[in-house]
Design a protein around this ligand. Sequence first.
Ligand code: BYC
Length: 470
Amino acid sequence: MSIDYSERIPNNVDLAEDRRLQRALESWQPRFLQWWGEMGPTLPTQDVYLRTAVDVGRAGWAHFDRVRLPDYRWGIFLAERDPDRQIGFGQHKGEPAWQQVPGEHRASLQRLIVVQGDTEPASVEQQRRLGLTAPSLYDLRNLFQVNVEEGRHLWAMVYLLHAYFGRAGRDEAEALLLRNSGSADSPRILGAFNEETPDWLSFFMFTYFTDRDGKYQLGTLKESAFDPLSRTCEFMLKEEAHHMFVGTTGVDRVVERAAQLMREHDTDDIARHGGIPLDVIQKYLNFHYSVSLDLFGGETSTNVANYYSSGLKGRWQEDRRSDDHVLTTSVTAIERPDGDRIVTIELPALTALNHDLRTAYIRDCETGVTRWNRILDSNGITGHRLALPHVGFNRKVGAFAGCHVTPGGQIIDAAAWAAGSPAWLPTPADKIHVESLMRPVYEPGRIAAWLAPPRSGINGQPLDYEYVRF
Ligand code: BYC
């Protein structure tokens, strides 16, 4: 289903047929562009080699070209509609998917869409200064690709708010541009989106761990009984894959360079040779993984049980599960602190669905760690291993909030935490070192010395292609 780019707002939802909606979105558009100008990338550029969606079908959905960033065609693209789609879980299992919002689920659906929508511009805000210190034009282009697509994901949620939630939805769409990442007065809704992304190691960790939460949350919303939300998320997931590629391969390259320097200089202390030591990489990993785990909410949540039973939010790969898809009688084992021990208890599966999703997410995160350790191996570094910290480490949300857990999974008191945390989380000195390496490299084909070059260019272009022009 191709996208109509002749319209002021590119779309594949026949916007021209709905004049009221079209006018409403056209009045939101200048505010979005103003927000992009004020809160989007700070680095001035002439044009960037970007991917733009041209179709939502399986084959050939994207087109690459040089684009002036403010001229990027943000728009509304939903995956194709399956007229026979049925609800796959919960009390309404087997009924036709909803094309409108049922009155009784209005508030919950709106809340889910607002929370999802809020993260998209938040990440653009977090990353706005990174262009000033990109390690290569290739990386700079990837940053902008991620940014414009997060901007489009905001459009995706704003479309739903405008099209299906009336006045209240329009107000929420407006508010999505008024909250800001890290703002003292009106911060973004979820914790991780108020953290800084001040350097490129943080960016790679963010796109690996936090964008991956996006993948899993979008995967559950793709199951939603509310068909327009499902179709929107399905298409967003297509774009999301590249964001995680940026994270995975970004960390790959930092680890590879660290290993090369360790071998070359026969030392772990590669900071003075212009690399990022493995223990610092591990600390950044610990931080980004733990704040991303917080994004899954509490292990037990009546919110999520209600979302599931009423058909608003499903499970990851719902159709591949072999249970009854209603879950009123199943149980799940979860870990939680009990005094100074961590115990496993059983809970009704329905209230433990955040835990279920988080479990799939953790499994996926492990693949990155395995991959990075393989890079160490292949560079002859055998005494060092990267690892995911324990699920209770550094948590602010859920069962482990308020207690101190080491990366190895031991509960400790506040004094031991204070003594240990410089070895577990980035210290001011670590951040200063990482920051000291952040110097822009804008010559085509050149790459900063703190990370290895990428394996190949974008869309078959050579590595020395001028991905960004100034
Ligand atoms: N920070 O019952 P609970 C992405 C709130 S990322 C602050 O456990 P629930 C992206 C919670 O809202 C994916 N507050 O939570 C990535 C609730 O408040 P209310 C974003 C938090 O409802 C990179 C209260 O605490 N999408 O796309 O079961 C770049 C009780 O919590 C946090 C979604 O998240 C937190 N971390 O689950 C760009 C999907 N966690 O309602 C984009 C939509 C919880 O009592 N959201 N709280 O006032 C949801 O499905 C759910 O809202 C959550 C929370 C999974 C987030």
